[in-house]
Design a protein around this ligand. Structure first.
Ligand code: AMP
Length: 496
């Protein structure tokens, strides 16, 4: 792998400002939050604030526009939703009239699953209030969503396409929106959401508070932020584009024909009870899922060709532990919170280095430790280039390790085993099925925010060469132009 350490850069004129130090391990009850919210927070089992919460909540309460750069799993959903709920409590009422419950906060998320997850969190945090929250996303019947919108909701969580459908059908009015949150904001631009996003924002009052959250930030996102946020404060709790510190990352060189065997071997060898296996194409996703299923693993596939109902069911079954392996395309890469997921395996090296950060962010969440294995096809120059892009983005030297596998034997294992003997893997033959190992909690999650001595983020310091173009070396200019014309990746369409 290359030794070069080129970091994705941001324009140096981004209007970020440094934020002051936050006391360590702050409790939620030190904040001016209503008892109803504090009760819901306590019932969620949260004792102290995570670093992003300790930094962002007071700023959001103050009314500032915030651009949050936080690693996945750091509690950013609560970081924006709790202060917004607090502010909306001023309008809390029990009236049955829809007019008394206009949409005041709009949360936009790039995938249906993420929208659903954020909505569930917000419903939990607002449980003891009279504020109403609803989620709308595509792929499911519009009628129940319409009925809910017509009763009036203060917080609306949505994917862009379906929200536009509701706006066009006059099912919701957004002229009283005071707060807008763009979750996983880089994705909003990256896969062609920008035109939809711009249309939605055109329906909103100009005077509003805007919050923008993402684990990764490209220069394009910063430019977007400049145009949509007013005098934003950059809140940063870990170096952007960094991968979770508590995730063990390994890269294995594997022959194309041995990749499936390698997945089974790694699961078995590292006693991994549950994993998401990421692939780059929908076709490859379905094929690998079928193959692992034949190997006796309880497997589900999650990709853009599945109906929304199938996708949600697959995810729920995985969350309940009824499925060992979820084979997924990048529709599952963003923001999804799966408690204690021990491992992520990249069956394919992602085409976009930033997707690597998001994929492996599915493990090691809420401070637990996790495993992230990437299979790099031996002798494949394309894979080597993609791995090199990852190396540059995460600023960590990648050691490509060989993976010892015996040659494949055409034997089908017993379906009753949790991790069946894999003919191609020697060590897999003798070992018994293993129970789900809960990874230990990582101290990172409890760490207070410590601002860097240098207020400028690492990715804002750019060498003259990339500063000229203003583009990350990992983001090709043509992609942005394509995005502006509404182009989508072949594998994945924006969610409506
Ligand atoms: P998020 O980054 O918003 O997806 O959150 C990741 C996980 O952390 C979720 O399971 C949250 O329920 C959990 N979480 C959020 N805030 C806290 C907190 N202050 N203490 C403990 N867990 C939290």
């Amino acid at each position: 792998m290359s030794e070069q350490n080129t970091v994705p850069k941001a324009p140096t004129d981004f209007p970020a400002e440094a934020v002051s130090v936050v006391a360590p391990k702050m409790r939620f009850d030190t904040l001016p939050l209503d008892a109803k919210l504090l009760r819901a927070i306590a019932e969620s089992g949260y004792e102290t604030m995570t670093p992003i919460q300790a930094k962002a909540i007071p700023l959001v309460l103050e009314g500032r526009d915030v651009m949050g750069a936080a690693q996945t799993g750091t509690g950013k959903t609560a970081a924006f939703s709790i202060p917004l709920l607090q502010k909306m409590l001023a309008h809390e009422n029990a009236s049955a009239s829809p007019a008394r419950h206009p949409v005041r906060a709009l949360v936009l998320a790039p995938t249906r699953e993420l929208a659903d997850q954020v909505a569930k969190n917000i419903v939990t945090y607002s449980e003891h209030t009279k504020l109403r929250a609803a989620v709308v996303f595509g792929g499911v019947d519009m009628k129940p969503q319409t009925a809910e919108l017509k009763t009036g909701v203060e917080v609306l969580i949505a994917t862009p396409g379906r929200l536009l459908d509701h706006i066009e059908a006059k099912n919701c009015v957004l002229n009283q929106v005071e707060y807008v949150v763009l979750d996983e904001a880089d994705r909003m631009l990256d896969i062609g959401f920008l035109p939809d996003l711009q249309r939605i924002l055109s329906f909103l009052p100009k005077q509003r508070q805007t919050l923008l959250f993402s684990a990764t930030f490209s220069p394009e996102i910063k430019r977007l932020a400049e145009s949509y946020l007013q005098n934003p404060i950059l809140v940063e709790v870990a170096r952007p584009n960094a991968t979770a510190t508590n995730v063990e990352q390994r890269f294995f060189s594997v022959g194309t024909d041995n990749k499936r065997a390698a997945v089974v071997h790694l699961l078995k060898d590292r006693q991994i009870s549950q994993a998401i296996v990421f692939v780059n194409s929908k076709l490859g996703c379905a094929r690998l899922a079928r193959s692992l299923e034949r190997d006796g693993l309880r497997t589900n596939a999650l990709h853009g060709d599945k109906s929304q109902d199938e996708r949600l069911k697959a995810l729920e079954a995985f969350k309940r532990g009824e499925v060992d392996v979820l084979v997924a395309t990048d529709v599952a890469a963003r923001g999804l919170d799966i408690a204690d997921l021990p491992a992520v395996i990249n069956f394919d090296v992602p085409f976009n280095a930033e997707d690597y950060v998001h994929r492996i962010g599915r493990t090691g969440r809420a401070g637990a430790s996790g495993l992230a294995f990437t299979l790099v096809t031996a002798g494949d120059r394309n894979d080597a280039r993609l791995a090199s892009d990852i190396e540059k983005l995460i600023q960590k030297k990648i050691q490509l390790e060989p993976l010892e596998l015996a040659s494949e034997r055409p034997r089908r294992p017993e379906r009753t085993q949790a991790y069946p003997s894999e003919g191609a893997v020697d060590s897999a033959r003798s070992a018994p099925p293993v129970p789900r190992a809960r990874p230990p909690r990582d101290p990172f999650f409890d760490q207070p925010y410590v601002p860097s001595a240098d207020a400028q983020a690492a990715w804002e310091k750019q060498p003259a060469s990339s500063a000229k173009s203003g583009l990350s070396p990992n983001i090709k200019p043509k992609k942005k132009i394509a995005a502006l014309f509404g182009a989508r990746r072949s594998d994945e369409a924006p969610q409506g």
